[in-house]
Design a protein around this ligand. Structure first.
Ligand code: GLV
Ligand code: GLV
Length: 317
């Protein structure tokens, strides 16, 4: 049976698949696979390991003549038409849990980078502009005593809240359901989205992208933010109306933002590049050696299980 992998992932996945006697085809190199190459390669594949940047819409899925499983190498799966895959009898899986710590670490790294203006400071040094210690240079904010608002209290939101709580922040969260673990570990309070936006010093987004969360933070919601607030997004770019966010910076109605994701990845709005105290990262939330290895193993195991007629571990459709 053929397993197609749309990009090189940690070797441990390849070893596992080899051990199970699958033939493996990998799209090699650092370039994203084109739609034409994708269609050509998935046509006769029994299983596919895909990236979040590969678009498995109806027209791609309909070309998959033998496929039983798409194992997305990501926790998010908005790049795959789940319903259509299901209709075609294709199991879709993701990689939850294993990247929770990595992503929560990054959310906190961004929060601190924004609060303490790390990248502005770095720039001063690199541009040879450091003329000595100064009482007013790059004043930021401490975390202790601040309100840390978590939007979406799933695994990553909870892990981020626990970290933020350890820094002395008060946690509030917006979610469809009560999260007792979060409340027990951090004394977090569940609040409305408007309350969270109006009152938080830090706001960190941890929701999947769906029709309901697209532009959840639109212009009218962003209006509610405090002028001193710090907005962190390690989820999906489309959840924030990026243009409206840029306007807020231009009007100095927000203190900082830490973005790991963008509305039109990999393109980044040119206006964002010009803004001070906006930290811009290239979608690296899960980019730890530990997480990526575990994601590779989980993806491979999902493929193996389905192709051997067993239950997938982390099915999403
Ligand atoms: C990363 O964004 C993921 O969904 O795993
Ligand atoms: C700062 O470097 C201090 O010593 O207070």
């Amino acid at each position: 049976m053929k397993v197609f992998i749309t990009r090189e992932i940690p070797e441990i996945a390849i070893k596992l698949l080899h051990k199970n006697k699958f033939s493996i085809v990998i799209h090699k190199g650092e370039r994203k696979i084109s739609r034409t190459e994708l269609i050509k390669n998935v046509r006769d594949a029994d299983g596919v390991i895909s990236l979040l940047s590969d678009n498995f819409d109806e027209s791609v899925i309909s070309e998959m003549k033998k496929c039983k499983v798409i194992a997305n190498y990501a926790v998010g799966f908005n790049n795959i038409n789940l319903k259509y895959a299901r209709e075609k009898g294709i199991v879709v899986t993701n990689t939850p849990d294993v990247l929770t710590d990595a992503t929560a670490d990054l959310a906190i790294a961004l929060a601190l980078s924004c609060a303490r203006r790390i990248f502005e400071g770095d720039k001063i040094i690199r541009n040879n502009k450091f003329i000595g210690w100064s009482p007013k240079l790059l004043l930021g904010f401490e975390m202790r005593g601040k309100i840390f608002g978590i939007i979406g209290s799933g695994r990553i939101g909870t892990a981020t809240a626990i970290r933020a709580h350890a820094f002395g922040t008060k946690i509030i969260y917006f979610s469809n359901s009560i999260n007792l673990e979060l409340q027990n570990k951090t004394a977090a309070k569940k609040v409305s989205l408007n309350y969270l936006l109006k009152n938080s010093d830090f706001i960190s987004i941890h929701l999947p992208l769906t029709e309901k969360t697209y532009h959840l933070l639109d212009k009218s919601k962003l209006m509610l933010l405090k002028k001193t607030s710090i907005l962190i997004n390690t989820a999906r770019g489309e959840i924030i109306d990026e243009k409206a966010l840029i306007e807020k910076f231009k009007k100095k109605e927000i203190f900082a933002a830490g973005l790991d994701v963008y509305e039109n990845e990999p393109e980044v709005n040119n206006e964002l590049l010009k803004l001070k105290n906006v930290v811009l990262l290239p979608h690296i939330g899960s980019a730890s050696v530990e997480a990526r290895n575990k994601m590779a193993v989980l993806s491979a195991k999902n493929i193996i299980n389905v192709l051997k007629g067993k239950m997938p571990i982390t099915q999403v459709n």
